[in-house]
Design a protein around this ligand. Sequence first.
Ligand code: ASP
Length: 427
Amino acid sequence: MKKLALHWQIIIGLVLGVLFGIVAAINHWGQFTQDWIAPFGTIFVNLLKLIAVPLVMASLVTGVASLADLTKLSRMGGKTIAIYLITTVVAICIGLILVNALQPGASIPDDVAANLQATYQEEMEQRSGDVQLVKERGPLQPLVDIVPQNIIGAAGSNRNMLQVVFFALFIGIGLILVRNERTEVVLRFFQGLNDVIIKLVDVIMLIAPIGVFALIAGTITSIAGDSLASVLELLRSLGFYALVVCLGLVLHVVIVYGGLIHFISPLSLKQFFRGISPAQLLAFSTSSSAATLPVTMECARENLGVKKEVASFVLPLGATINLDGTAMYQSIAAVFIAQALGMELDFAAQLTIVLTALLASIGAAPVPGAGLIMLVIILEAIGVPSGGVALILGVDRILDMLRTTANVTGDAMVSVLVNATETRISD
Ligand code: ASP
């Protein structure tokens, strides 16, 4: 019997997870689900996270070292970063146009805003340490953060993925500069490690449907608690805002990414979206571009025909700095909060949002909830009280799932574009 394609297996896990989560919330099985179902999701995500750092190391070192010289690296690097920045700015502009035109914050009555703020104040206070750290950052801190002082420390948390990327690039460059028998051994070690990890991705994906089922069921019951009524209440007040974010993400993915794939790459839209779907589904289930990275790389190489040297450079970099979905969400959220608090934002403030959302998304770690904390940078810059973040906390988890899906799709799209143009150059 023919095996069901991976994306269908994951979709089945996801749908069953949603159904189970709803039934569990209605029947007050929240605690049971957290105790007996959600841990399988955690194990699945942990496995993916476990191989993410070694994968970035092995694939980037071999990817960079396989380039004949540094000119090729700087050409590919320059192109990749330029496309990343441009698409992120476009995402922010789409977000700003939508939120200014549709005004989701204007329809929030004052008492509802005050209520939301009071409800989520406690949760915000728990995060206030992170918020304080973000507030104290100097303008060049994002640059300083890229360069680790110790690789073990950097590799110790998936939040520091960009530092691992930097270290791997650095070692790769070293391997280009020194080519002899001894460095050949180093290179072969990383190549071997890379092969092993790629195989392990296949092994982990065998349990993807179960992992996704458990993740989604766990997420739904933790959002709903034991009462679906509170979710419905939340949706009544924040539903319009959430819809504007969804609309923006869909427009960006379909029009901007779809257009670029259609006009610049040799792939059809169907090939692209079908090829990347396992990674999208996983991004949606885990809310983490870092945890999804192993699968994004596999999909790009095997389903989208991206060359190994391109995928191993473009994708780890993208997962850490190219967060279009996050940037768009941050710009919409910032204006929404201002609207709900009755504050007017002039053109200069909107321009500040473009710049700060670009920086805040680059600085956001590819892990769940990171975009929300970095939103504080934008609010501070435009003079909106950062406590306003409490207003949108209630629907953040679901929006995180959606923006992570957009983030991962954007990285894959850029890998296809860079691959197409690099192939043309080498032909
Ligand atoms: N969860 C997002 C990601 O991993 C980051 C964020 O926006 O919170 O891509």
